[in-house]
Design a protein around this ligand. Structure first.
Ligand code: ADP
Ligand code: MG
Ligand code: MG
Length: 489
């Protein structure tokens, strides 16, 4: 069967209208981009979030494979976040050449003896692409990990809504006829609830063991100024509120005025006790406008509130750690052989720029335009838009100063399957345009742990982001990807 199906002109307009109506009516929305002449994001109007018209076909076997390694990756990163020596070793290699990572690491070193909340909360998202290339034994790779996010893993709220959008469209017999496969094959998606389950559990842990005031504590969402993806966050807030857990949203700037630590390290915002601090900011250098914002981060880190994530978890999520994990002996310290076999299958080669044999190979690749075509160069950054791809690597590296390359990693490009198309619907589109697409699957997990034990480690749903193949980089926030759902085939 042809996918996606041809759609007659007249029905196209109606379909776009239905997509837009569902999005705007159900909170599948973003704040509008900043236009010329405006200096900040307008908060009194919204636009439809970019979505796919049909759920994109995704092999069920690979979907299951990605899900089956979720809890193991969570355990791995929880173990790393508890391994002070390991993090120190990794960060000492990149810090001399990366000021931001150095600031995070230095802050952590300064305060780690003062930490009074033993529990750490991780809301992870492990991202994968289907990989058609073969390994050394000649087997098709299957699913390969792009990265593991430990901070501000977003789109859990909106992802859930896209699943509902596709179900809604399917209720129209004309759409259903175009797309008979959809019946029974749309992936189940309960992401929003499962993410909130993790917060609710940690909130109860705080209430039963640490609460100091007579009133119920709040969860604090630390947010960016000019954030456009606020409704993704609001959906979490609305679900928490339905469960009688209130949240407050604050930027670092606001917190510098309104947040205080009591003598017994209770974090209070305008007098309200905070149970959990959930960061949707703090992962990019621009999030810290001055020393004032670093002081806020410090205050939160030493407070009794449970942090999602802690500085240790944020550092554990840096790309350099991902590169080191490709080495099996590092895994052996943290996981059992059966676990290692499973997650090893998800790794493509990642090279460091150091004095090792692998480092020498990395240096020789970036000097060769032809060999570079199979690689992506990544700095220690989050949030999209930071990587350098293929031939661009050569000139980029030539312009770096001495040794600066040491804070980068060189990752083999994953080769997603070709000849896959879908219609992507953005708020500016008034007709359907078929795009050649690549989909990235993110698996969420929620883990609460301390130095002795993992208290709770659960799946928390998934996200499918689909981009046009011409673009190397993805990213819904960057306007490149759309939010999608898996049609399991
Ligand atoms: P960030 O933390 O900024 O999201 P990522 O490592 O996820 O950084 O890279 C951003 C995007 O670049 C990914 O969403 C993916 O589209 C693309 N990308 C990253 N690594 C690879 C890779 N090894 N192969 C193919 N595409 C990649
Ligand atoms: Mg990331
Ligand atoms: Mg990413």
């Amino acid at each position: 069967m042809e996918f996606p199906p041809k759609i007659e002109q007249e029905y196209q307009k109606e379909l776009i209208d239905n997509v837009r109506g569902f999005c705007l009516g159900n909170g599948l929305v973003l704040l509008p981009p900043v236009m010329e002449g405006e200096d900040k994001v307008r908060s009194n109007t919204c636009i439809q979030a970019p979505v796919s018209l049909f759920p994109t076909p995704f092999p069920k076997k690979l979907f299951n494979q990605a899900n089956s390694v979720g809890l193991t990756f969570n355990e791995l990163y929880a173990n790393i976040a508890r391994d002070v020596e390991f993090i120190d070793e990794i960060l000492s290699e990149i810090s001399p050449f990366d000021k931001f990572q150095a600031s995070l690491w230095n802050l952590w070193k300064e305060i780690r003896s003062e930490i009074c909340q033993p529990n750490q909360l991780l809301l992870s998202r492990s991202d994968y692409l289907c990989n058609t290339s073969t390994d050394i034994q000649g087997n098709i790779r299957g699913i390969s990990q792009v990265e593991f996010n430990t901070i501000a893993s977003s789109f859990g709220g909106l992802s859930n809504k896209v699943n509902q959008l596709h179900q809604f469209l399917y209720n129209d017999i004309r759409y259903a006829n175009l797309h008979p496969l959809l019946n029974n094959q749309l992936a189940e998606n309960n992401t929003l609830n499962e993410i909130v389950d993790g917060f609710e559990h940690a909130h109860q842990v705080y209430k039963s063991g640490y609460l100091r005031s007579k009133h119920s504590p709040y969860i604090l969402f630390v947010v960016q100024e000019n954030e456009r993806n606020v409704f993704d966050q609001r959906l979490l807030e609305f679900e928490l509120s339905r469960r009688n857990i209130r949240i407050i949203r604050r930027t670092f700037a606001q917190l510098s005025q309104q947040a205080k630590l009591s003598e017994d390290n209770v974090l209070k915002v305008k007098g309200i006790e905070v149970s959990i601090v959930y960061y949707r900011a703090g992962y990019a250098p621009e999030d810290y406008k001055s020393e004032r914002d670093w002081r806020v981060r410090r205050m939160i880190e030493v407070s009794l509130a449970i942090k999602c994530p802690t500085l240790a978890l944020q550092l554990a999520g840096c790309k350099k750690v991902q590169q080191v994990l490709v080495d099996e002996h590092v895994l052996r310290k943290n996981l059992n052989p059966a676990q290692i076999r499973k997650i090893n299958k998800c790794f493509v080669d990642i090279l460091p720029f150091d004095q090792s044999e692998k480092g020498k190979i990395a240096h020789s690749i970036v000097a060769d335009r032809e060999r570079c075509k199979k690689y992506v160069l990544k700095p220690q950054r989050e949030g999209g838009g930071n990587n350098i791809y293929k031939e661009d690597i050569v000139d980029f590296v030539n312009n770096l100063k001495d040794n600066e390359l040491s804070s980068y990693i060189l990752m083999e490009l994953i080769e997603p399957p070709g000849n896959l198309h879908n219609y992507l619907v953005r708020y500016t589109d008034d007709k359907l345009v078929k795009a050649d697409v690549v989909s990235e699957l993110g698996i969420y997990g929620s883990v609460l742990f301390n130095n002795h034990t993992i208290i709770r480690n659960e799946h928390a749903g998934h996200l499918l982001r689909t981009k046009s193949r011409q673009s190397d980089e993805g990213g819904v926030a960057l306007g490149i990807s759309v939010i999608d759902e898996c049609l399991l085939i």
